[in-house]
Design a protein around this ligand. Sequence first.
Ligand SMILES: Nc1ncnc2c1ncn2[C@@H]1O[C@H](COP(=O)(O)OP(=O)(O)OP(=O)(O)O)[C@@H](O)[C@H]1O
Length: 347
Amino acid sequence: MLLLEVKNLDIDYKTQEGTLKAISDVSFTLRQGESVGFVGESGCGKTTLAKSIMKLLPKNGSISKGEIIFKGEDLVKKSKEEIRRIRHLKIAMVSQSAMNSLNPVYTVGDQIIEGILAHTNMSKKEAAKRAEEVFSIIGLEGKRLKSYPHQMSGGMKQRAIIAMALSLNPDLIIADEPTTALDVVVQDRILREILSIQKQMNSSMIFITHDISVVSEICDTIIVMYGGKIMEKASTKIFFKKPLHPYSLGLKNAFPSILDIGEELISIPGTPPNLMKNLSGCRFVERCPFRTTLCQSEMPVLREAGEDHLVACHYIDKHEAFTEAAELRETWEAVRSRIIQEKEEGA
Ligand SMILES: Nc1ncnc2c1ncn2[C@@H]1O[C@H](COP(=O)(O)OP(=O)(O)OP(=O)(O)O)[C@@H](O)[C@H]1O
């Protein structure tokens, strides 16, 4: 069953310099129990997308086009009050900044119980039992419910936030870089816990990260975003065997895999595009080693490139040659030189 269907979504931010198109024509679906990982560099629109589903965009941000259909209802058309109820009962968000949302003057347990009481018909006793249950699922001792936020470590607080989000059995969990500020060992443990809970509860999950290797471990599907658009979407298994978009090939080079210990990483030269500009060609054109004049003038549409695999590139048929070339440092060094030269010519 489809839980979420995002259709042709456009999101703009009004700024003093003009309109910034943060999300352009994004469509995807999410089935019950499925987990999808959104990856891409900073500024590609991951957080904007997550916030739009929760209707938590900042004041200057708005959905200018599209639909967000959750359990058959379009969230874009819902009132704030309706969204507030859905948000807490059915969609839970876990983010790094949520750690600061714990109230320092109440115990963590009281805050979780209060959340449960506000959104269910449970008695106080039942809510307390549920709080203990979720604490144990997330690997925290029940006695920790009596702790104040300042008595907990960063890892514990993050677990408490996850417990709070999960205490209402959400249908959809949105995890936005939930562990980036934590050390690697704690990060790994918490990621595994989130995954096991998601599977136990058969919740769907949107997992947002800039780290492609995390997605390989915990998501069924991967969506690669760049410049506010989807560049590639595939099942994680297929993607890691055969990424097709030149941006995906570059991203894969830039993150270590367990099999490549000791290999030097290759980063993608250049920076993401300025989204204030009217961009007509492919968003990745400035940094793509394989671009042609067609890429400069025409944005490729997202099209099928195999079973469960969509790619927005004019040259899917050349992927074998691209894959080989993308593994070479020279290929990306040539892009670096080209970018420098273009800057000098433009200056
Ligand atoms: N409140 C805002 N006002 C104006 N522009 C914004 C605002 N919030 C985000 N943006 C812009 O929207 C684009 C998408 O940003 P967003 O934070 O969604 O990307 P991201 O991929 O989540 O990045 P990060 O990983 O750094 O959070 C960026 O160009 C960013 O500068």
